[in-house]
Design a binder for this molecule. Sequence first.
Ligand code: ASP
Ligand code: MG
Length: 412
Amino acid sequence: MPILVMKFGGTSVADLDRIRNAAEKVRREVERGYDVIVIVSAMSGKTNELVGWVSKTSPLFDAREYDAVVSSGENVTAGLMSLTLQEMDIPARSWQGWQVPLKTSSAHSSARIVEIPRENIDQKFAEGMKVAVVAGFQGISEEGRITTLGRGGSDTTAVAFAAAFEAERCDIYTDVDGIYTTDPRITKKARKLEKIAFEEMLELASLGAKVLQTRSVELAMRYKVRLRVLSSFEETDETSGTLVCDEEEIMESKVVSGVAYSRDEAKMTLLSVADRPGIAAAIFGPLAHGGINVDMIVQNVSADGRTDMTFSCPVDQVLRAERAMQEAKERGEINFGELVQDTEVCKVSVVGIGMRSHAGVAARMFEALKAENINIKVISTSEIKISVLIDRKYMELAVQALHDAFGLDEAA
Ligand code: ASP
Ligand code: MG
């Protein structure tokens, strides 16, 4: 039997009616002839509640007990989903992570998947079980403790199962009907993509399109797991949603596939630092140590052996970044004149694998921003992405202008 993995997120299993609705979708796939592995999240809001209980009980909690508590939401939905399917006369069984067993590292609250042995579930399929319902987000460490995979981790559970069981596809059912060229709340012209390449999705996921956990996309890319994102609240068929797949599966695509943004960025500039070997290491070492997610970096032209160094980071890390820099200065590791902050910026990016083979994308992007009189503060590029830092108040305008400039409202 071909195997299909179907993952249902928190809003898709938020109450008993929705679990039943999700189970109907599973039934349809069973009737099509699949053995199905269903991965479930906790009911929406549940994980947040559990996290809250943990921090209230013990502010400096033991991460092993955090995982013991926070993983429990998925256990409930896995059992309920299995019962719902059984009520529909579909042979189903639930599995908690440790029962599979989904083996992970011991990094509690952000564990890595090490191995998913197939024997237990395969044997049940051989005995006539049609659906294995697996609690997402959780596993077991070498020490035999329950672990969790980090927030949003059920997506990663789903992809890992699809890889381990060589599933035909991994369908991610959620509350949106696919991946869009940009956020539909920002422009009505946003269009649902039929297909998107893994690499593009990775850029979009990490740029703030919060549909899939970034790690799940990395995993899908590594194992070439075809991922489909679709809505659990609509009638769906084989062609619904957006397929995240290898670029070879995408015949014709535009130069730019999507416009992403990240609203709450900050730009920090260290004025007048000594331009000498090791200065970047002396600055970015303490920042990394302080847990600052540095994104863009620009070192300016130097004059008289001194230069300015600019970097960007999430706005809520500015205080920590500042402290890391002041402390490094006090320790005599770096010397700078002033630390200038701009906390009113955002990042807007255009993403597309077509950039590899087309020139002029950056020029077209800058032209579109110029036409709206938007000043660019920092630019960074990668093979398939160009990002700019601009004033936050222009974010919507910039996204709309770029969406138009690259013709994203028209089909490819
Ligand atoms: N329930 C977990 C969370 O909210 C995992 C998941 O749903 O993916 O992060
Ligand atoms: Mg999610």
